[in-house]
Every structure is written in C-alpha cells, then in structure tokens.
Write a protein that binds this ligand. Sequence first.
Ligand code: ATP
Length: 679
Amino acid sequence: MAHTPSTEQADILNSRANVVHIDAVAGSGKTTTMAMVARDACARGLAPAAIACLAFSAGARKRFVQKLAEEGAPSGIIVSTVADYALRHLGKLKAVGMLDLPPRITGREMRERIVQAAEQVWERYERAGIATDFDFGIEHSTDRIDHLLQVLRQLKAALKTHQFAEEDFRSVGLHEMSEAHDLPVQLIEICAEYERLREPSPGEFAWQADDDFVPDLVRLLAMYPAALDHLWHAALYLVDEWHDVNAAEFQLITLLKRRGRLVVVGDRDQVIDEARGAELRFSTDTFLAAYPDAVRFPLRRSRRFGPSVSRAVSRLTSRQVESIEGLHTVQHKLRYAPLVAGSCAAAVVAHVKKVHEAEQSVQLSDIAVITRDDDQSIDIENALIDARIPYRCEEVVSYLLRPEILFMRALLHIVSGRYETLEKDAATVQSMVTALAAFVSMPADPQQFENDYMKTSRAPRKTPLEEAIVSVQGAPSALRWFFEGIVTVQRETDSQLTRNWKARFAVCIEELTANSASLPTAASVLQAVQRMVDLPAAVGRAMPRRSEADTAVRSIRSFTQFAEACGTMSIADFLAELHARQRRLSARTDAQRHRAQLVLTTVRAAKGQEWDHVILPYLQRGEFPRTPNLAEEKRFLYVAMTRARASLALAEPDDSHRELWSSLLHGVAARTGGSDSAG
Ligand SMILES: Nc1ncnc2c1ncn2[C@@H]1O[C@H](COP(=O)(O)OP(=O)(O)OP(=O)(O)O)[C@@H](O)[C@H]1O
C-alpha cells in the first residue's frame, strides 16, 4: 500500500534537480522514497524502461523491487545490482562485436590462478637474480592466499588494477602503490601478474570472476570511449544504499549517467562490508566534488523504531538519530549463562514464546532472530526444533545444509558405513557430494574422470561431479567409493598441496574406519577428525573468503558440541536424528506457510528489512564484536538494532559474567536501558 509522503519525502519528490544526494538514518524511508520517486516520474510520463534502479547487493535489489510494488510503481522498471547491470552492458558490447565475453571462473579457480601468478613472479626474481626475503610459496598458506585475494579485490574495486598495464608501472607505479597501501611490492607484483594472465592483451580478458564486471567495463569504456554510444542510458538513475558504493561502481555510474537524472540515497553508518571496497568518501566528498550542483536532502527521522532505540544507536554511532512522534519500541534484556551450552538459545526460545503468546495478533513471521553470523544459528535452530516452533532461514542456509556440516555428515556416513538416511534424498546427496568434492578435491577434467572411472557409463556425457551425484543418488553407499576412488586419488595434474590434502583425508578416514569400535559416537568421530586434520586450513581451501572460512570453522565446532550433547547416541542414531530435524525443516519451507514461521537470519541478510519483534542473541565478547574492527562491528550492531519496530530484545551474559559483556552493548543499551512504553 502506498504511503503518503512525509514533508521530508515531499521535498525530495518535488525536486527537479539533475543530481540529488539524500543523507538518511536507518528506517527513515530511504528505499520507500526511491520507489516513490520512480512512481512519480512514471506518472509524469517517463517510460518505466527509462528508469534504472540500482543497488549493490542481491538483498538490497530484492527490497527495492518490493518497495516499488508497495508504492504502486508500474512494472517494467529495471532493478539491478550494479555488477549485473555492468554484465548486461558487457553483453551489449559483445552483441555489437566489441568484446568476446570470457568464461566465468569460481573462487577455487581464482585461488589456483593467484598461486600460479605467485610462482611466475618468483621465477622472474630467480632469473633476474634478485635476492628477497619474501616467501612466494603462498600455496602452502590458506591465510596468505586469502589475504592476496582480498588485496586484489580491493585494488580492483579501487580501479588500481588498471594501472598495471601502464608503461611505467614497474618503475614508478608499483612502488607508489606499495607505499600507498602499506603492502610489500611483491604482493602487488603478484596481483599485477594475475591481472596480466587475465588480460593478456589490452581489453581482452581470458576469464572473469564476479568482481571483474564493473572494473572491466570501466576499463573498456576508458579505452574505447565511443563504446559508450552503444550502451543504453537511462533517463533516471535511482541508487539505493549509496553508502556501499566503491570507486569502480562510482566511475561506472558517472560514465553511464550522461544527461540522465541521478538520485542517490545512503546512510553512512550502514557500511558493513568494507571488504568489497566501499569507501565513505565516494558516497560523500568525491560525489559532491564530482557534482557540485547536487541538491542535498536529509531523511532525519526513523519511521520504524521509537526513541529508546534512537537513543541507543545515537550513542553507538555518535550521530543524532531521531524517531517520528508516536513510535514506541520496547527494549528487553535477556540474560543467559554464557558457560552453559544452549543457555542463550533457551533464553531466546522462552522470549519467542512470550512474545508470540502475549497477543493473538502476533504471528511468528513478525519475529526475527538476527545473529552476527551464520554459525551462531545451530543452537538456536535446535532449540526451536525441540520447542516445535516453526522457523525459516532467510537468505541464509540452515546449519543442517551448510557445506561444512554436510562435509562432516558425509564423513560420519563413510566411517560408520550407514547410509539409510540418504536413500531417496536426492537433494541432500547432491549437496553432500558437492561439499565433499569442494573440501578435498575433484578432477577438473571430465575426460580424465571418464577414462579412470566411468569407462562403462552409458549415461550422456556429464561433468565428473554430475556423474558422481547420479551414482550416489542411485546407491548412497557409493559415497565411500566416491571418496576413496575419486576424491582422494592422486593425479598427475594435482599440485603438491592438493596431493598432501588428499593423502591426509585418505589416511584420516582409513584410520577412523579401522578404529571404529573405539569411536562409537558422532562426537568421538568429529573430535578425531579435528585432531587429525587442520580444520581451518581445510575449510580455507573450500571457502574463498576469510570471513566465510572463519564462520564455517565455528560452525563445525558448534556442530561437534551438538553431537557431544547427544551423549551416547550411536552414529547411526545421530544421523537419523539429523535427518528427522531436516525433514521438519524442509516441511516448513512452503512459501504459503511463511506467516507461521519465525525468521532466522544474519545482520548482513537483514539489512534493509524490518520486523515487529527483533531478538539479538550472543551479545558477548568474542561473538559480537567478532573482529578487531570495532568501527565496523558498531555498524553491524546499528543495522541489527534498527530492524525492530515494536520490540527489541538484547541477549547478553548474566550479571555474574560481566567480564563477557559486549563492549559494544555495554554502555549503550545498558545505559540507555528502559523502553518507550511500559512493558
Ligand atoms: N511516508 C511514509 N509514511 C508511513 N510510513 C512510511 C513512509 N515512508 C516509509 N515508511 C515506512 O517506514 C519504514 C522504513 O522504510 P524503509 O524501509 O524505506 O526505510 P530505509 O531507510 O530504507 O530503511 P533501512 O535502510 O534502515 O533498511 C517502512 O515500514 C516503510 O513502510
């Protein structure tokens, strides 16, 4: 249903300025206002297809679509992430014969290619006889590969990678960049080598990963400015979550804008993914310098939460946040014993019941539990399942189906030789086989796979992974064959690191199987795997991003604790228990039942959304904040707290564990305390 614009919104809607910059606070109606601008432009005669609504993440794009529908904007308006928008334009350049679209590669392939680049730089140093203390053997260190990929990602986002092709790069640019980023020159050289492999001649790309679309398009447009004439230019660009813009995206939007109108809206305290290269200066100073005539508007007051939350987040961000009159948000404090397993989850579930039962009108879907990261969901999911409270994981995957847990589940099946629960469960088998391949290794060459294992297969040609999935779906006990006969087999094409991993996993399973009598429970097997294999390193191979890998390791640890809590239950019974839990979960993923399901999600996924009742668990040291980047952690908490409408519950350790209180929360809500109304 369309809203009547507030005075602040009306000022924006009435503006005809060519460039508009809106500086807003959480819940002040940013996305709603952008939807209103689009709708009104169409009402004044602009064709929907002449409007481009842009955002920087899939979630933000989805919210934009919802708000356009709510505000009654006509269909046909383009709503896209900037990366997809760039890809669409690259497609256009291909259509007019200006570009060969290169193959897209995965995170794993990226890791292999950055290792290759490091080797080539090392060889160059050797040939030139340059002595260096820099260790180029990055293939042995997951952390270093992650770091390099992160540096590369940020250099791309900052458009610095384009300088690699400049003539004086080696003599001047390399050292300047090294100093500017406070990074060793060798690290920049490896990134440059990677980009040289990727772009062997100017404007021709051997491959692209998702992070390449925007910088590659910007590069092509810089090389062939006339190409801009072939691209499609909107008459009105509406960019939501403008605070997330990075240099490459900024440049692209500026290039595409031409004579069109540009309206951007952002909240500087909502930048929670600095890894993608978002820098506040692009959304503020750089923007205002590029468009000195831009007209600035504020959206100062929240239309979502009441003054108690406004006060708490004002202290958190050191910025004045206000709420419109008449809003009330009750704040609750949930206390738990941090050293008692499941205590926080129990407090959360008790609160859910209280809120749900307090008023008949409260549906479970009005309640959201928002965790800092995915791995914190395990105890909460189990507690919800035990309490028979239906829930759905929104934009995150249930712990039962996460790759790292499926990998551990696969090991339990193989060691125990029990596969009953996988019978007729094609979807789980598919994800499990994929996880096993990702965590250990999989031959990339279908021909070789076929020669080795599928000589007799009459099935139509499939990728090795597809072949394996079909085989295990047909006979789940083939999971062991897949592990021993395919995944851990040493191949000529394997790098030394891959060989080592395969050997380690093969020995691990062999020993666990041989000693199965002394490992009767799932917990004992999971603990043994963690003693034998360097889990963080193994996970790092499968998960390209450091933050994802950290979360996956925590997730495996929580899963192991859950297995420990199951006591003497046999492995077969534990697998059956997981299966039963999973069935209850999948029975509830029916879209029509959404109203009867509580929402379980993470801060990242919750950005842009709102619920009547929000519960934030695990507000304790080491959990929230999780990283040393306290400024970013504050923004995470700001986003999380500002999702609430009627009530906000903060779960933190009890009074006897004050030393574990979150530095973010303590002194924020604890000091502001209270609520806007009795309750
Ligand atoms: N003019 C209005 N009248 C009444 N409610 C409004 C109005 N504008 C927005 N709202 C409501 O205010 C709430 C916040 O709006 P919206 O989600 O657009 O804010 P936002 O600033 O994009 O939020 P955030 O960035 O924090 O996710 C929504 O419930 C929305 O429906």
